[in-house]
Design a protein around this ligand. Sequence first.
Ligand code: GDP
Ligand code: MN
Length: 411
Amino acid sequence: MHVRQQVPDQLPVKSESSFVNIHEYQAKEILDRFGVPTPRAEVASTASEAKEIASRIGGRVVVKAQVHAGGRGKVGGVKLVETPEEAKQVTASLLGTRLVTNQTGPSGLPVEKVMIAETLDIKDELYLSIVIDGDIGAPVVMASTEGGMEIEQVAEATPEKIFRVAGDPLIGLTTYHARDIALALGVPAKALRTTTKLVTDLYRVFIENDCSLVEINPLVITKDDQVAALDAKINLEDDALFRHPELGGLRDSNQQDPLEQRAEQADLAYVKLDGGRVGCMVNGAGLAMATMDITKAAGADPANFLDIGGSADQARIEEAFKIIMDDDDVEMILVNLFAGIARSDIVAQGIVAAAKETDAQLPMVVAMRGTNAEEGIKILADSDLNITGAPDLAGAAVVIKQKLQELEGSN
Ligand code: GDP
Ligand code: MN
């Protein structure tokens, strides 16, 4: 079976199900358990711990801020230091700050731990990752000689430099596939066997922990032709966590956006978007996409999306509405409801209750169709909230445009 021919040309579309992100030091522990070589390292929560670890490791070490995002190197979150005392100082300057990288969004993520690692003499930085490709329904190993930079950029500029091999869901990744990958990475002859083994072991990490992503960037070849995973990012599939009680504790909710945390607790799907001004409440992922297109076409970028799903009760609608309101970027709210199982009147009551409690006066544009839509619209119209009804999404877009112009006029 020539599995590789089935692999599509573009980067796999990330699956819609949610995942649990873990820290680099935790990912490293998993890699260690599966025999994937990583630099010697320990995690520290205080500057003096960092100093102790640095002297234990000896010589030059690297101090790495532990946040759920990459791009740390470019913004001072990864620093090479010569002495334990310097490791202590660098750690002290990082702990308690928020690291802003090109992957964190403008408010950054809190640095509560650092990893102190042995430094390696790097000859070459490579890229290796495994993700689920939803199109072919299989894990895909991606390898590139362009390590240390973001794979999205490589895919954009030099897509021919990404080598892909799909694993067979039943057979796994064969040794000859793993060897093909090592060859594609262009590793020196002396590192071919160890790299082939690393690829095989990394595939086991992915499968046996039900990961949705394992990314090693960079995978390095050292001056003495050893291979090692210098950086590691692992996402665990949320729906499979029950099979891995040992991994459940790796969640770090401090790395999550507080609004995302609240949404998760209320069983709502919330997505924060950068740069937008319109808060969007919808029911259903497809409707969210359509709503995004329409708000963008109206010249207004969404600030966030809150999917209330099918069977939302009034309390959940209230919480959903409050989450949207608590997003500082939101200047206007679009409610786009296509009520099937959800009932428009219940949603309307939730909105009115939440708006009263929070004293919200933001302009709101509401499109409601489906179950009890007339009752819902009446409840909203009878309230003294700043609400404009719209017959459908296209109508809502027109109103949003007007409202945004009014807002600009009054500024
Ligand atoms: P990221 O920026 O968040 O992806 O963090 P990484 O762990 O990938 O580190 C960023 C960069 O720092 C790497 O691409 C390397 O160039 C450099 N770096 C990290 N550890 C070492 C090391 O032990 N030795 C050397 N020479 N460079 C390192
Ligand atoms: Mn990296």
